[in-house]
Ligand binder design. Structure first.
Ligand SMILES: [Zn+2]
Length: 252
């Protein structure tokens, strides 16, 4: 009995591990397929679009009206009818370039100034991350690094790529690019984390007489970057990506 028991034990564990491995491999495969899924492999359906039919949909209530009513109030809800978000590219570029410019002071200026009887300490986002890492809070350091430095930068880079691709009238991987826009919308809300941390610390520590924490100039710049990238992604009209396809079809 004692000879047969030990080798039996690892079997169910191994089976479980194999199952887990298979599941994660399946998941990885689906992710890879999603990324590399070519528009040519799964052809885009040839469906009539509102533009082709000469229609415009209301952005507030989705009522479909003839294109001739563009610029006038929607017959149902009264919102102004637009074929695409007005001046989408120019507005997105303006917000995005301002965000790029403010991203520099957001990372170079102190986000948090700590005044205590021991002196004044100024912390930038990166020095905060390094401090957290060295003091042992590696998980928190990772979260702050991703939320405050990587996410805003990633968001700006993706929006730039989308804008450039619209200017180039690219019809390359339209589905994936639409998904990238969706990603920008999803990850955007996580970049406000640092401001919450500073606000929380400031309100907590101000109560004490020994130390005070005040938000530095970097915090203002950082909050502006977050708001500007949010406005940029709001101003961008993802339908502009698909208009390139429409224009290409019209030319053919
Ligand atoms: Zn309407």
């Amino acid at each position: 009995m004692s000879d047969t028991q030990p080798p039996r034990r690892p079997v169910p564990r191994l089976a479980g591990a194999r199952e887990q491995l298979q599941r994660s491999r399946k998941f990885a495969n689906s992710v890879v397929q999603e990324i590399t899924d070519d528009d040519e492999r799964t052809p885009l359906p040839q469906v009539p679009t509102a533009t082709r039919l000469g229609l415009v949909s209301c952005h507030a209530c989705d009522l479909v009206s003839p294109r001739s009513l563009e610029g006038q109030p929607c017959p149902r809800c009264g919102a102004t009818l637009h074929h695409r978000k007005p001046d989408s590219l120019a507005r997105t570029w303006a917000f995005l370039l301002s965000a790029y410019m403010l991203y520099i002071p957001a990372n170079l200026l102190p986000v948090m100034v700590t005044q205590s009887i021991l002196g004044t300490q100024q912390d930038t986002i990166l020095s905060g991350v390094i401090y957290l890492w060295l003091s042992g809070s590696r998980l928190l350091a990772g979260i702050v690094l991703i939320a405050s430095i990587i996410v805003p930068l990633l968001k700006m880079v993706i929006l730039t790529l989308l804008l450039v691709s619209v200017h180039m009238r690219s019809t390359w991987r339209l589905r994936q690019r639409t998904k990238l826009y969706g990603l920008v919308e999803v990850i955007g809300r996580w970049s406000m984390l640092d401001i919450f941390v500073v606000a929380l610390l400031a309100s907590l520590v101000r109560a004490g007489a020994l130390a005070t924490i005040i938000p530095g100039g970097g915090a203002l710049a950082f909050a502006s970057v977050v708001v500007l990238t949010m406005l940029a992604s709001l101003s961008f009209d993802p339908r502009l990506l698909w208009d390139s396809l429409e224009q290409q079809d019209a030319r053919d």
